[in-house]
Write a protein that binds this ligand. Sequence first.
Ligand SMILES: NC(=O)c1ccc[n+]([C@@H]2O[C@H](COP(=O)([O-])OP(=O)(O)OC[C@H]3O[C@@H](n4cnc5c(N)ncnc54)[C@H](O)[C@@H]3O)[C@@H](O)[C@H]2O)c1
Length: 276
Amino acid sequence: MNRTRIAFIGGGNMAQSLIAGLIADGHEAAALTVSDPLDDKRQQLAATYGIKAAADNAAAIAEAQVVMLCVKPQSAPAVCRELAASLPHTPPLIISIMAGVTEASLCHWLGRPLALVRAMPNTPVMVQSGAIGLHANAETTPTQQNLAEEILRAGGLTRWVEREADLDAITALSGSGPAYFLLFMEALEKAGIEQGLSADTARLLSIQTALGAARMAMESDESPAQLRQRVTSPGGTTERALNAFADGGLETLVSRAVNAARQRAGELSALLGAEK
Ligand SMILES: NC(=O)c1ccc[n+]([C@@H]2O[C@H](COP(=O)([O-])OP(=O)(O)OC[C@H]3O[C@@H](n4cnc5c(N)ncnc54)[C@H](O)[C@@H]3O)[C@@H](O)[C@H]2O)c1
């Protein structure tokens, strides 16, 4: 059983999902602590998972080997400055899941250079099927990287990047990505209803088709393009639909959307970084 002592600062949606994944993976509940200012949230987390819950961030990190920063990016400066005063001489590994908060900003607010991993998860960590980008700063040892990976893997698939800036691209691709696929599912469902299907049938078939396509792409040795070709009979129905997507400029649109998200990630980093 894994007994690494982890303190979660902020017990919101993403933290809860990661905690649920760790417990499902066999992590010892008593080794996990969460701090959150909301009474209800603390009680619910303690009751659901059997973990410790604290109202005070400093108390939560007292024994921690790993501190997971899971508050909103806007809360980062105040929370980090508060933690800086309580960090022991040998600090725990810090893992931040906050979007757009750079390692330089975190170290600045935490008051010194320390081992730091930035993770960019996405909401499917809720069902242990997240896609999680990771970057470690120069102070992080290989052992600490392994530790971070072990923790985040409880939420899904992990992928390390060499350059911190790539986390902005990951935010735009997989961080925001669940919303893109859900939007497509919504559109497919609406189109099905327009074609006379009942709302229930259209929703169920749309979601199952997305799940089936994703599983097939994940489990097959063939590329998504090859798998798509197998659905597409020459002169058939799929070809007509794909031509309609091409006429509407789907690829260009997706590229523009991801670029817009990436630009926004950069803007948010600059805005938060300006708060010295
Ligand atoms: N939602 C996503 O798709 C997504 C994806 C990747 C990364 N993230 C990042 O995850 C982080 C958390 O997002 P979320 O959706 O779980 O938000 P959330 O609002 O559900 O959770 C934030 C929690 O922090 C608590 N909190 C507020 N101030 C605090 C303080 N001073 N000390 C301790 N706790 C405090 C709040 O009570 C709340 O429970 C964000 O930084 C976000 O950028 C989110």
